[in-house]
Ligand binder design. Structure first.
Ligand SMILES: Cc1ncc(COP(=O)(O)O)c(C=O)c1O
Length: 345
């Protein structure tokens, strides 16, 4: 995988770094605030920057307080989603996925709810929004269950104009090095609830808050350090400026793939994927990128807990991902040429 960062954006980044040095704030400064504001403009949701997507999930789960309770997590995900719930002291209950969107099945989720269910984590797998999100959100609201959205794959995803993270209580994006918007490391908690975001900004900082350069301390014994540095925030500002270019590039390649592959995820009306991955089923590809979910991880993770997850097993077995990372050198070829390259090994 290549990770391009063009000259014009490097120069923009270096200029922002100068601003950081001149500000004499290497953490807790204006750059973090500006990055959060830019991310709010991108998703339409108030935002709090944190050290990773996993730290964001854990922080939201701490806010909900799931200790000793059950959290429903889809089996078809990277195991960070489940690990966050375990770290927050919950019992993880796995739900199956749909074959159509690879995301959590509404019916299986409902069948796993007990009086101890405190939260549900939906993962917008692959870069689109879970097809059942409206039904899941309604159910959670009616049953007083916190809905948390794992948005690690969902930068740029929209369904009828709504971004990932806008359906539940809060969502967590990841900026890990391979993600659609890479910062090396980092994450962003988003929520339409400004009070939750205000709580999060203290929680990520041991309960401290910096107001006009002065540190104000709050008693918040569960708080910890999930701050990002001002240098990461500066890179975040530049990467957000690049996002339209990256998304357009990915969508143009996806359009070609849509003509090449028959067995892929087909989206409902109004869905716009951010194309973290391009998923195909039962194809022999000459070149592929990592699966959204690996059968081996999956087996290790849930072994002995529940085996009644037929779609998750099927998906793990049958899906592959065609290259769609930004900068893939064959993306400029025609659909015919890409087809000849990828399918005829
Ligand atoms: C679905 C999912 N959730 C959570 C994470 C965790 O993000 P991070 O590595 O930033 O902690 C990842 C990826 O790393 C992921 O793919």
């Amino acid at each position: 995988m290549v990770l391009p960062f063009e000259k014009e954006y490097r120069e923009r980044y270096y200029r922002l770094l100068d601003e950081v040095f001149d500000s004499h704030f290497w953490s807790d400064g204006q750059m973090t605030r500006r990055f959060e504001e830019a991310f709010e403009a991108f998703t339409g949701l108030p935002s709090c920057a944190v050290t990773s997507g996993g730290a964001g999930l854990l922080s939201i789960l701490e806010y909900v307080d799931v200790r000793g309770k059950e959290v429903i997590v889809p089996a078809n995900t990277f195991w960070a989603s489940a690990q966050a719930a375990k770290k927050a002291g919950a019992k993880v209950v796995y739900a199956d996925c749909n074959k159509e969107d690879l995301c959590m099945s509404y019916e299986d989720m409902v069948s796993k709810v007990t009086p101890d269910t405190k939260a549900v984590i939906v993962v917008h797998i692959g870069g689109h929004i879970a097809f059942a999100i409206d039904r899941i959100a309604r159910y959670c609201e009616e049953h007083n269950i916190a809905l948390i959205e794992d948005c690690a794959h969902a930068h740029g995803a929209q369904w009828n104009g709504r971004a990932a993270g806008s359906y539940g209580l809060a969502g967590s994006y990841s900026f890990y090095a391979t993600k659609t918007m890479p910062l090396g490391e980092g994450g962003m908690v988003v929520s339409k609830d400004r009070d939750l975001i205000a709580w999060m900004k203290k929680f990520r900082n041991y309960g401290k808050e910096v107001i006009n350069g002065n540190i104000v301390t709050y008693p918040m014994k569960e708080g910890f350090n999930y701050r990002i540095s001002e240098f990461t925030a500066a890179l975040g500002i530049v990467q957000l400026e690049r996002m339209p270019v990256i998304l357009e590039w990915k969508r143009a390649l996806a359009e070609k793939y849509d003509r090449i592959f028959e067995n892929t995820v087909r989206f409902p009306a109004g869905m716009q994927s951010g194309y973290y991955k391009y998923i195909v089923f039962d194809e022999t590809l000459r070149e592929e990128t990592g699966k959204v979910f690996n059968r081996t991880d999956f087996g290790n993770e849930i072994e002995g807990i529940s085996l009644d997850l037929p779609n998750s097993y099927w998906v793990a077995e049958h899906h592959k991902c065609a290259p769609i990372y930004y900068g893939w050198e064959k993306a400029g070829l025609s659909a015919e040429e890409i087809k000849a390259y990828l399918l005829h090994a």
